[in-house]
Design a protein around this ligand. Structure first.
Ligand SMILES: [Zn+2]
Length: 497
């Protein structure tokens, strides 16, 4: 089946049909973490959003190169150009080498993302490993007259750039408004305009992370790494640039400016895609606001705002059951509902494993029924194709699941389905749940074999009318989150929803 994906492009402010520059190849860049602290729920949303996009692009046949960077230098405290480097500050506090901090939090990030079943990128470049590429790009921007040097630091000249380009084209910010609203605070006086941003900063004597450059011993500005590394691995123009909505301005606006002002002369990416924020009581969750919950705290339940612990797949489902461009409000109730939804979806997989298409029975296909079921499977793709609406796809999968359960319970006679319809239902459900939404079973090993044994005892006890034993088995399994299903077609188990 040929799927047509539509994506909302922040640059054009509309949904567009996705057409790669060089099909079947797709280049995708995502701004990764600044590794100076543990990842929180906000990081998970960005990673999972673009994980599903990566998975879906591959699923519909593209050959994707996915680059997600690690920011390990140059990200200063106030996200602008002033203050200490976030990583150097943490290193000083904890008496560590900056690279120890970087390695530690990179490892933590990988471990947490693995738990959330987020696929690793194809290339994961570090800013500190690409200083030469960044210096080259600064030189191009200087040569093109859109940057200037002051006391060993180099700044991007926004007004000079804006003469022939449009600063604000991505975020919709108006340069005149920005001019009046951006105050020139102390320490920024080196800049010609308060809107200018650092491409290279001269290091103060006590600054540890420093590299030689034509201008001074120093370090690159935060926005530059993404421009330099995306160009190196994906080319001067590539297909998709992703990130959280909070990065749209100034970070991504500056990336576009750097790319245009360098010898790329492009907007870097054709499609700019942004995921919305996670909120708590309507306020953005973030480190700077101090209202964030780390992933490790969610996994352990160890946080004052948490009523209990939530498994990685519950969190993944919680994120997927909202469209990525909507805000998603955190609450215990929402996470508990997500766990139910996730469990229901896993039960569907278990039912499918047990459903067998009859090999020797007489098949009497019901045309209307087959048509109805095939339409339900097509619906499952409609959400994904419409700007990656995973919420809609999950709702469609649950509609399909109702039919799968009816087949299993014998309410729909399986002999009324053609083999083709049956296979399509099975493949659609399994592949979308496992391969595209990236959900997986969290219970260890294959429980079915063991549980069938227990069900054998249960059946025997029931036949012997040993109801004490029957109740005891039920109660014990319930403690493990397993319920016994007594059906016309036989006895089976399911996870408690
Ligand atoms: Zn970036």
């Amino acid at each position: 089946m040929q799927q047509k994906l539509n994506l909302y492009n922040t640059l054009t402010r509309k949904k567009e049909e996705f057409e790669p520059l060089h099909a079947p190849f797709v280049g995708m860049y995502l701004c990764g973490p600044t590794v100076y602290g543990e990842p929180h729920l906000g990081h998970a949303r960005s990673a999972i959003t673009f994980d599903v996009l990566y998975r879906y692009l591959k699923y519909i046949g593209y050959k994707v190169r996915f680059v997600r960077n690690i920011t390990d230098v140059g990200h200063l405290e106030n996200d602008a150009d002033e203050g200490e480097d976030k990583i150097a500050k943490k290193a000083k506090l904890e008496h560590l080498e900056p690279m120890e901090v970087v390695q530690h939090y990179t490892n933590v990030y990988h471990q947490d993302m693995d738990k959330l079943n987020v696929l690793r990128p194809d290339i994961e470049p570090r800013a500190s490993g690409h200083i030469i590429e960044q210096i080259e790009m600064i030189q191009e921007i200087l040569d093109n007259g859109m940057a200037y040097e002051v006391n060993g630091s180099v700044y991007f000249d926004v007004p000079a750039y804006h003469k022939n380009h449009k600063y604000g084209k991505l975020s919709g910010r108006v340069i005149e408004d920005l001019m009046t609203n951006t105050r020139d605070t102390e320490g920024q006086s080196e800049k010609h305009s308060p809107l200018d941003f650092a491409l290279w900063k001269k290091a103060s004597p006590q600054h540890i992370m420093r590299w030689p450059s034509p201008w001074s011993d120093g370090f690159p500005g935060w926005h530059l790494e993404c421009s330099a590394m995306s160009r190196k691995y994906l080319g001067t123009t590539f297909d998709i640039h992703g990130g959280g909505l909070d990065l749209m301005f100034p970070h991504h606006e500056c990336e576009i400016a750097q790319s245009q002002a360098s010898n790329n002369h492009t907007d870097a990416a054709k499609y700019w895609v942004h995921n919305n924020m996670i909120t708590i009581n309507g306020q953005k969750m973030g480190k700077s606001l101090g209202n964030f919950i780390n992933l490790s705290e969610l996994f352990s339940g160890n946080h004052e705002m948490l009523e209990e612990k939530y498994s990685p797949m519950t969190i993944r489902f919680f994120i997927l059951q909202a469209h990525y461009r909507s805000t998603l409000d955190f609450s215990n109730e929402a996470l508990q509902a997500a766990r139910k939804g996730y469990t229901k979806m896993m039960n569907g997989l278990n039912v499918l494993k047990k459903l067998r298409y009859p090999e020797n029975a007489e098949i009497t296909p019901d045309a209307k029924l087959n048509e109805e079921l095939l339409k339900l499977t097509e619906d499952c793709f409609r959400g994904l194709n419409d700007d990656m609406n995973t919420a809609r796809t999950i709702a469609s999968l649950f509609n399909l699941l109702k039919k799968i359960n009816s087949l299993y319970l014998g309410q729909i006679n399986i002999t009324h389905l053609t083999r083709g319809t049956f296979d399509t239902i099975r493949e659609t459900y399994q592949e979308l749940v496992l391969d595209v939404l990236g959900l997986k079973e969290e219970q260890a090993g294959d429980m079915d074999e063991m549980l069938q044994l227990v069900l054998g005892f249960y059946k025997e006890a029931k036949e012997n009318k040993a109801y004490d034993k029957v109740d005891a088995i039920r109660a014990e399994l319930k403690k493990q989150g397993i319920v016994i299903k007594d059906m016309k077609t036989g006895i089976d188990w399911a996870y408690e929803e």
